[in-house]
Design a protein around this ligand. Structure first.
Ligand SMILES: [Zn+2]
Length: 335
């Protein structure tokens, strides 16, 4: 709690100009029961398997690319069935090119009641852009997704959680392009991503000129460290008890914490052809893919989940005491 207060810099100002109507809030604060203070969110980052960061630079034949594209659609449709059977709605952050190449899939996801968010145009990390070219990428992906579903896209997730100290300028770009929230800042230490000093709870990320609401992926605070228990290898490799412990800790949190989980359709496709990765990358990528469907079924049965936008609307209506966070301007690289 004291760590949170250190970064509170000023009273909350409403984010943007859009007014969002809400009903009674379920996200109440201290004094209410833990059961209503946590809002678990289930999210899927939708990309073909050959777009993953570990595969960047690897040769991939047009036939294999087409195979991965077909498998991405099939795996996503199986997930839609699994979610429908559990009566759960989720958020799907989708690569813009997929809306162009698989428009019916995107429309079917939306028609099933799920939220559609952007996962960039073609899955490049933010580090590869200038602020100007990143804005173009954001607009392109948002436009194609909105035209495909005929509705507004509110949320963004950066490929490989690449919103970090050195790409902090992306906050301004996201707000300028009309996104209401972002879920790209992972408050952990990791060799590929992370901003370990960022809050573990929803917060207002302050750019140089603008700000945006952040929903960080779930972490489990143990032994003075933030373990990234929201998805990926921790979901596939470690006992499900680790993710459960993170979700339960979030439910006990004194300030509203979002149990934001993330998965990828390819993680639910154990029969896919393997990419020619190096030893470590191969292990990291494929460990546990045979048990993900059962594990997801267990989570869907044990916890309550909803779409990120549902949580965002509640937070925006009750956000006067959300923490505010910015990186030191002298640390953030300006491009
Ligand atoms: Zn991704």
């Amino acid at each position: 709690m004291s760590a949170m207060r250190e970064i509170v810099q000023s009273p909350y100002r409403p984010l943007g100009t859009t007014s969002v109507s809400t009903g009674a809030s379920a996200l109440t604060r201290t004094g209410s029961s833990p059961a209503v203070r946590v809002a678990n969110v289930i999210s899927f980052d939708v990309e073909e398997h050959d777009r993953i960061e570990a595969a960047v630079g690897l040769p991939c034949s047009p036939e294999l690319k087409a195979n991965y594209a077909a498998r991405m659609e099939a795996a996503t449709r199986r997930l839609l069935d699994q979610l429908a059977a559990a009566k759960v709605t989720a958020t799907f952050y989708i690569v813009g090119e997929i809306a162009r190449n698989h428009p019916k899939l995107v429309r079917d996801i939306f028609a099933a009641g799920h939220e559609i968010g952007s996962h960039s145009w073609d899955h490049r990390r933010i580090h590869q852009f200038t602020p100007a070219s990143f804005r173009e990428d954001l607009r392109k992906s948002k436009d194609v997704l909105e035209q495909t579903i005929g509705a507004t896209v509110f949320g963004f997730r950066a490929p490989t959680f690449s919103l970090m100290r050195e790409t902090w300028w992306a906050i301004d770009a996201l707000a300028e392009c009309g996104f209401e929230y972002d879920s790209s800042i992972f408050p952990v230490r990791h060799d590929r991503y992370g901003l370990p000093t960022a809050p573990r709870v929803p917060f207002v990320a302050q750019g140089r000129e603008r700000e945006i609401l952040e929903l960080p992926p779930l972490t489990y605070r143990v032994a003075g460290m933030n373990l990234p228990v929201a998805g990926g290898g921790y979901f596939r490799l470690f006992p499900l008890a680790v993710m459960r412990a993170g979700l339960r800790q979030a439910a006990r949190s004194e300030v509203p914490q979002v149990g934001m989980l993330y998965f990828h359709p390819w993680e639910f496709d154990p029969d896919q052809p393997k990419l020619p990765l190096g030893r470590l990358a191969r292990w990291r990528t494929y460990v546990g893919v045979g048990r993900t469907t059962d594990r997801l079924a267990q989570l869907l049965g044990e916890f309550r989940f909803r779409r990120a936008i549902d949580t965002v609307r509640e937070l925006r209506a009750n956000s006067d005491d959300l923490p505010r966070f910015q990186v030191d301007a002298t640390d953030a690289a300006s491009v």
